[in-house]
Design a protein around this ligand. Structure first.
Ligand code: DGP
Length: 138
């Protein structure tokens, strides 16, 4: 896609600090890192969200995420990582990208600013049932 910034990085049309390239995937540094070494992993093919990722790319995508999560420890000395994908909501670039953010205890990131809520009595079962029903659809 000519107007997609991540397609343009994949094609070499825009510069990027690439850290991993395979036939199907590219990983590069995020220009606005949560912490230094924050990596974005993208499929070369333009797909918008995780549900759009073709089945044939799924295993390679997760395998590359595992490799990057290991590399931020081995290469950067992080103790661990935060791995996340925004799908549509909070997704500022509509080309699927998985964030690998290096994490170290005391780095100041607190739960990634996720407010937590509580279920009312009985509500938890209803939510689980709605999800089971949706997942049971072919
Ligand atoms: P998200 O909020 O999940 O859509 O994250 C998109 C990330 O993409 C955000 O952390 C900043 C990064 N980003 C945006 N434009 C560019 C760019 O041109 N190059 C690189 N390397 N990263 C970018």
């Amino acid at each position: 896609m000519a107007d997609c910034v991540f397609c343009r990085i994949v094609s070499g049309d825009l510069p990027g600090h690439l850290v991993l390239e395979t036939d199907d995937l590219v990983a590069f540094l995020d220009t606005r890192p949560v912490f230094k070494g924050h990596v974005l992993l993208v499929p070369r093919e333009h797909v918008e969200t995780l549900p759009d990722l073709p089945a044939g790319l799924r295993d390679g995508f997760l395998a590359a995420a595992q490799r990057i999560a290991t590399a931020v420890k081995d290469g950067l000395g992080a103790q661990g990582s935060f791995v996340a994908i925004n799908n549509t909501v909070s997704q500022s670039v509509p080309h699927l990208h998985l964030h690998v953010v290096p994490r170290t205890k005391g780095d100041g990131l607190r739960g990634f600013f996720w407010p937590r809520t509580k279920y009312a009595d009985g509500e938890e079962s209803a939510y689980a049932e709605r999800l089971r029903d949706a997942l049971a659809q072919p």
